[in-house]
Design a binder for this molecule. Structure first.
Ligand code: PEP
Ligand code: MG
Length: 886
């Protein structure tokens, strides 16, 4: 029979760090911490397999689970000496979610479970603190009613506010035992009223209700959105952890906190975190009370008054610091820790590899390798390539004038400017319209996740460095300033005030997540510094990578940027982009609208020197590196004039009448242009177009070779080939043109002629196609479109549902459909190489910059990937990681 319950604590660990898939991250690490002798409250984990089975069986638990859970409870009771439901000395437990990867705040938790009208008295007696016991009971009812019973959270909050007002209290801490007891009565009345039944008094009913709710929260809307944004498969499921409660709210010698062993924002080697005296765990993350600093240095740096933990509880802090060191050495990575101090005794509630910004990931990886904690290769594996994006984009110009409104906490670095919005839905709507927005909230909650994702930056008035907003923003790579306490936000009126200034919805502000500054208007930015840790890590990556990395670029500026980022050539130069230039478009239109070859040649003659100039510039920038130039690809109708004035301009250039031109334009209309007169079909029907382009390439190459002494290596690429014969015709044309140019100039050059593989037929007949072409470049944008029969321009409307329903794991236009499109690539590579062993293979679709797709390219041993300039470093790192894994 399958085992579903795994115990930990008190010298027992049924699982360990290696069981993350089964026990979830939290469960696996609790077991691991217990096994290395750290103080972990005893408990048990119900595995993720149970979550899957729970849903398969229509949200029911198998009978066998009852006995296993009873065993788990007996384990906890044995160690704590307390009994679940015992009115004299009750055991209380927490019930928490914990998936394979952490999903901060996305799923449910219940604390203080096991309290009822009788056990509350027992808790009061054993703790000697009736106030604490009744406060715990009311917290439990409140949380349980929300999470398990699904009752209106607001009405409980309201009852609490009224209770405080009635007693003339301002803070929760002003409430005494009798006040809390009275509130418990009111809460029970609310439960009866809204649920139609009394609050469950049987502790076992309570437990099963909570277990069901936590498993159930795996399918909550916000968890689904989070999974979609983070590519987490729905099939993984969550585990449930049931653990003895320890209390940070048992007076002034108790506390609770969260900590990182290094700074997750900058990567600096300094303990980082927050704690609250006399508080329960949720109080820190919820951002309701502003927590205190962990270390004296951090407190002083922030100019804060309230004592740090290092100062307020020196002995416990020293013990905590010892645990930090132990955990870092054990896991060889920065840890994110939750702890509680109960009457002076330290308890570890959680540890996990901490989320971090890209900047911090980079610094920590390089530092840890230098410290000898990990190897250089491990360091290369530590940085998420996609997150490098955060580092490659501009930061605020330190010399630019700034109109500072206020300063909050630097919760997630990076700078962002945008229009102020006050709710997540508006953020999403405006972002869809292409606006840059800054989401401004008193504090964020998991319901805001879609708005945080849509926003360029996040600003909150409340909450610390480990608040929901801060954690989620860092995970998403969004700049965030949190806890800007001087902001008075009036979300209803859609404005905030700071001092005597008022900023309304739609006005532009800038936030700097590295300093915490909030500024009115937009502030100028500067390009990032690519030396230092970044350079070091890239060097280590380049040592281990096998795949070459090229770039997709056609403008001189893009070519320079890409070369600066380490591109090793051009994998795709799309020549049509050059045709849209305002100075040339009329000649292009003249060519398209011409009714015969003579008319086309006249227009092409005007374009030749322009194209030659483009190519010469690119060859010079890419001196010594291969440059793949693709001949004209898009359907001609994309260049057609639309406006009357445009037709008139072409009429003047050609001497033809506007009406005749319009008739010709109508003739060129296609019903399905992406499958129409495009790609090499243009070259087959109008060879003079490709002839002009080939001539421009070879003339430019000879010119640059003569000028610089360094001959470029042009790779002339024919698009949208389906058959061997198409490529053969085009190759003859290109070779003939090359010979003509070489004869005219009296100088020869090496060059290659190859093809894109964008059609399934070309992939299948790759053996024949390779008889003609010296290289293949997989155009996976079109190959995905043509293999799936899904229009790349229209797929957005339904692909989200496809991903939600698990038909595709990810959008196949973003991350390669390895099973389908990948199969064609594999076939083409094998058949092509069988014909021509030295066939050069690369990829130039958008997938060339996607880490998962790059890993696939490594597995079929392509020679290179080609990515847009800003993704070149991402591709270098992803290629290195793929090589290390391979
Ligand atoms: C492709 O199809 O993958 C490709 C690179 O060409 P384009 O995106 O220009 O169609
Ligand atoms: Mg294409």
């Amino acid at each position: 029979m399958t085992q579903y319950v795994y115990r930990f604590g008190g010298g027992v660990s049924d699982g360990g760090a290696g069981d993350r898939n089964l026990l979830g991250g939290k469960g696996a690490n609790l077991a691991e911490m217990a096994s290395i002798g750290l103080p972990v409250p005893p408990g048990f984990t119900i595995s993720t397999e149970m979550c899957t089975r729970y849903y398969q069986e229509g949200e029911h638990f198998p009978d066998s689970l009852r006995a296993e859970v009873a065993n788990g409870l007996a384990h906890i009771e044995g160690i704590t000496g307390k009994t679940f439901g015992n009115p004299a000395d009750p055991l209380l437990v927490s019930v928490r979610s914990g998936a394979r990867v952490s999903m901060p705040g996305m799923m449910d938790t219940v604390l203080n479970l096991g309290l009822n009208d009788e056990t509350v008295e027992g808790l009061a007696a054993t703790s000697g603190d009736a106030r604490f016991a009744w406060d715990s009971y009311r917290r439990f009812i409140q949380m349980y009613s929300d999470v398990v019973l699904g009752l209106d959270h607001g009405s409980f909050e309201e009852a609490l506010e009224i209770a405080k007002e009635d007693q003339g209290h301002f803070l929760d801490t002003d409430m005494n035992a009798a006040d809390w007891q009275k509130l418990v009565g009111e809460y029970k009345r609310l439960v009866q009223e809204q649920w139609g039944k009394p609050f469950p008094q049987d502790v076992h009913d309570q437990l099963w209700g909570a277990i069901g709710a936590v498993f159930g929260s795996w399918q909550s809307e916000r968890a689904k959105v989070y999974r979609r944004l983070n590519d987490i498969p729905g099939g993984w499921g969550t585990a449930v952890n049931v653990q003895a409660m320890v209390f940070g709210n048992m007076g002034e010698t108790s506390a609770t906190g969260v900590a990182f062993t290094r700074n997750p924002s900058t990567g600096e080697r300094a303990y980082y975190g927050e704690f609250l005296i006399n508080a329960q765990g949720e109080d820190v993350v919820a951002g309701i009370r502003t927590p205190q600093y962990l270390t004296r240095a951090a407190r002083e740096a922030a100019g804060a008054k309230p004592a740090s933990m290092e100062e307020a509880m020196p002995e416990t802090f020293a013990e905590l610091a010892r645990v930090f060191e132990l955990l870092e050495t054990h896991y060889r990575d920065m840890q994110d820790i939750e702890f509680t101090v109960e009457r002076g005794k330290l308890w570890m509630l959680q540890t996990r590899n901490g989320k971090r910004t890209a900047k911090a990931a980079l610094k920590m990886a390089v530092d840890m390798a230098h410290e000898g904690l990990i190897t250089e290769e491990q360091a290369v594996g530590r940085v998420d390539p996609a997150a490098l994006d955060q580092l490659l984009h501009p930061t605020l110009d330190p010399d630019a004038p700034r109109d500072v409104l206020t300063k909050g906490l630097p919760a997630s670095p990076g700078a962002a400017s945008g229009a102020v919005v006050f709710d997540a839905d508006t953020a999403e709507k405006r972002a869809e319209l292409g606006d840059a927005v800054i989401l401004v909230r008193v504090e964020t909650s998991p319901e805001d996740i879609h708005g945080m994702h849509a926003a360029k930056g996040i600003l909150t008035a409340r909450g610390g460095m480990t608040s929901h907003a801060a954690v989620v923003a860092r995970g998403m790579g969004r700049p965030c300033v949190s806890g800007a306490g001087t902001l008075a936000i009036d979300a209803k009126a859609k404005l905030f005030r700071v001092g005597d200034r008022t900023i309304r919805e739609g006005e532009t502000i800038t936030i700097d997540g590295a300093t915490g500054e909030v500024m009115a208007g937009e502030v100028a930015t500067v390009q990032p510094e690519l030396a230092g840790d970044f350079g070091t890590l890239m060097e280590w990556a380049d040592k281990v990578r096998r795949l070459r990395v090229r770039t997709n670029a056609e403008t001189p500026a893009d070519c320079r940027t890409a070369r600066g980022f380490g591109a090793e050539g051009i994998g795709l130069c799309r020549t049509e982009h050059m045709f849209f230039d305002a100075a040339r478009i009329t000649a292009v239109r003249q060519m398209i609208l011409a009714t015969d070859e003579k008319g086309r040649r006249a227009a092409l003659a005007k374009l030749l020197p322009e194209q030659r100039g483009d190519f010469a510039e690119i060859f010079e920038i890419m001196a010594g590196l291969p440059v793949t130039i693709r001949l004209l690809d898009p359907p001609l109708h994309e260049f057609l004039p639309h406006e009357e004035a445009e037709f008139e301009e072409v009429a003047r250039a050609t001497g033809l009448g506007v009406e005749a031109l319009k008739r010709r334009a109508a003739e060129l209309h296609e019903f399905n242009p992406m499958l129409g007169h495009r790609g090499c079909r243009l070259g087959v029907t109008y060879p003079e177009i490709y002839e002009m382009q080939a001539r421009a390439i070879f003339e430019a190459a000879v010119e640059v070779a003569e000028k610089t002494g360094e001959a470029p290596i042009p790779e002339v690429m024919v698009p949208l080939v389906a058959t061997r014969r198409e490529l053969e015709l085009m190759k003859e044309l290109i070779d003939r043109t090359a010979e003509a140019v070489f004869a005219e100039k009296g100088r020869r050059l090496d060059y290659l002629v190859g093809t894109m593989i964008e059609l399934p037929r070309a992939a299948l007949k790759a053996g024949e196609v390779a008889e003609v072409g010296a290289f293949f470049s997989f155009g996976t944008n079109d190959l995905t479109q043509t293999t799936l029969g899904v229009s790349r321009d229209d797929a957005g409307r339904f692909l989200t549902s496809y991903v939600d329903k698990g038909i595709f794991l990810r959008d196949p236009f973003v991350s390669l459909d390895v099973e389908g499109v990948g199969e064609l690539i594999r076939i083409a590579a094998e058949r092509g190489r069988a014909t021509r062993p030295d066939l050069k293979l690369g990829i130039c679709g958008e997938h060339g910059g996607d880490p998962a797709s790059i890993a696939f390219c490594e597995s079929v041993r392509l020679d290179y990937v080609s990515a847009s300039p800003y993704r070149v470093p991402i591709a270098r790192l992803a290629a290195a990681q793929a090589a290390l894994r391979g």
